[in-house]
Design a binder for this molecule. Sequence first.
Ligand SMILES: [Zn+2]
Length: 146
Amino acid sequence: MCVEERPCCEADRRVIKLSLSKKDIDPVTVLCLGAHADDIEIGCGGTLLYLKSNLPRLRFHWVVLSASGLRGQEAAKATELFTAGRDKEVVLKDYRDGFLPYNGGEVKDFFEQMKSQVNPDLIFTPWYGDAHQDHRLVSEARLEYL
Ligand SMILES: [Zn+2]
């Protein structure tokens, strides 16, 4: 697998070209981080399905931080559909929607624990410049892996 950054027409943006070679990294572990049910599917669902169709030993570690009640059921169903037939670890937490920054200590502890258990090859998160505070917090938390 090769990740290549290329300058785009705007100086502060980059287009990342992802080339896949089935023999470069096998298996590939993808860490998918969502603040809410549907964040992962809407944000990178097409890319995940592409990876799944091209990497026979793709493994998912799927995390949604605010997925309680009906939204939790939605997240569980979507996760099953996107990861069907693959090794996976699914973690659905029940932090209050819209309040992730106010649970920052607990979220940080969760990421610290996960970091010791998951060693991903790729990480998908919301964009750090997103308007929603929960999305920004999840994006910043992924820095634990850098
Ligand atoms: Zn969201």
